[in-house]
Design a protein around this ligand. Structure first.
Ligand SMILES: *Cc1c(COP(=O)(O)O)cnc(C)c1O
Length: 346
């Protein structure tokens, strides 16, 4: 029996039925309520639900109006959508290298900041919040929190972007995303942009998007939000189990602060390990390889981001989601440990 990389929890079908009875499929009652509840949970004044984490990034970046060709500093070691969003709004991604925890190196960000810098876009990868406490307030920060729902951050960002893609910590049953902000002006702007740029009925101020959240997704997400603290605790418990039981021959993530959207190790002989794990009935994922298309648009200066290059060669994400059984966790740890202790150098 295969242990899949991700196993969706069963949706609460009552939520679906209520929406279907009402028929308010787009921007309905559940979307309004979800926005209020999620803003409360995140401790922000405004939450604007959109169609995906990617749209959240694009819309948030449009709100801060980067001039054409201005620079936005980000990490190269992330999902392509981060870089894509920067390119989409006509800005230029500038890459700072990462540190051991896979997150952007704030010291390098400071060094890269110059006259052309318009904003900084940190990514809180795998659920570990990047530390930006030492960056001076006043710098534009747009946060990619797509993997960090429920994490605590040590600084304020103008706009924080979340994803409800099924594998994310607060995962829906389709696409979904959110922009969180304390700034009323940005919240309003995001709401216009997600709805064709309409500032009122039949009055588009600019071309926006059709990027509203479906009520069905909002209804599911409202139900899941109620158990999110328990779900995050379960993820942390699984991380602690991995940390205790996995061999010290792999690199393990720090247990502090992370909400563990993914549990990502550093593995030597990664390709052989992946095959060994498939053979042992365990599915893993490489987050993230270097993308060829990424390199065409935004080539990495390999000498400037050696840690990111290394991470693309070593990082391997293990199954991490509520509902993994003890037996499955032992099976995963045994298979990894066996590889390094008995068969690693085959
Ligand atoms: C998932 C993800 C996104 C994109 O979110 P979607 O909802 O899939 O569009 C962007 N950045 C990071 C780091 C992500 O993990």
């Amino acid at each position: 029996m295969m242990i899949p990389f991700f196993r969706p929890t069963k949706p609460d079908l009552n939520a679906l039925e209520e929406v279907i009875k009402r028929g308010d499929y787009v921007s309905g009652k559940d979307v309004d309520l979800f926005e209020k509840e999620v803003a409360d949970y995140l401790g922000v004044k405004y939450a604007v639900a959109v169609n995906s984490g990617t749209d959240a990034l694009v819309i948030a970046l449009e709100c801060i109006h980067p001039p054409k060709g201005s620079e936005i500093i980000t990490t190269p070691f992330t999902f392509w959508a981060t870089t894509e969003a920067i390119l989409r709004v006509g800005a230029k991604p500038v890459f700072a290298d990462i540190t051991d925890d896979f997150n952007i190196d704030v010291e390098q960000v400071k060094e890269l900041m110059g006259g052309n810098t318009w904003a900084v876009l940190p990514v809180h990868l795998f659920g570990k919040p990047a530390s930006f406490a030492t960056l001076s307030i006043g710098d534009f920060v747009v946060d990619d929190c797509c993997q960090a729902f429920g994490a605590k951050f040590d600084y304020d960002a103008e706009l924080r972007c979340y994803s409800f893609f099924p594998t994310k910590t607060l995962g829906g049953y389709g696409d979904g995303g959110l922009i969180a902000t304390n700034n009323k002006h940005y919240a309003e702007d995001c709401k216009w942009r997600r709805n064709h740029g309409f500032v009122s009925k039949h009055y588009p101020l600019f071309p926006g998007y059709n990027s509203r959240l479906d009520s069905i997704q909002a209804a599911f997400l409202r139900k899941k939000l109620r158990t999110i603290n328990k779900d995050i605790q379960e993820r942390k418990d699984i991380a602690a189990f991995y940390d205790f039981n996995l061999t010290s021959k792999i690199g393990k993530p720090d247990l502090k602060e992370g909400v563990f959207n993914y549990y990502t190790i550093r593995a030597k002989n990664r390709r052989t390990l992946i095959n060994h794990l498939i053979f042992s009935g365990i599915e893993t994922k490489i987050f993230y390889p270097r993308l060829t298309c990424d390199n065409v648009h935004t080539p990495w200066d390999l000498e400037k981001v050696p840690n990111a290059v290394k991470a693309t060669q070593e990082a391997l994400s293990l199954p991490m989601y509520p509902g993994l059984s003890m037996q499955e966790l032992y099976q995963i740890c045994d298979a990894v440990n066996y590889f390094y202790e008995k068969g690693g150098k085959k």
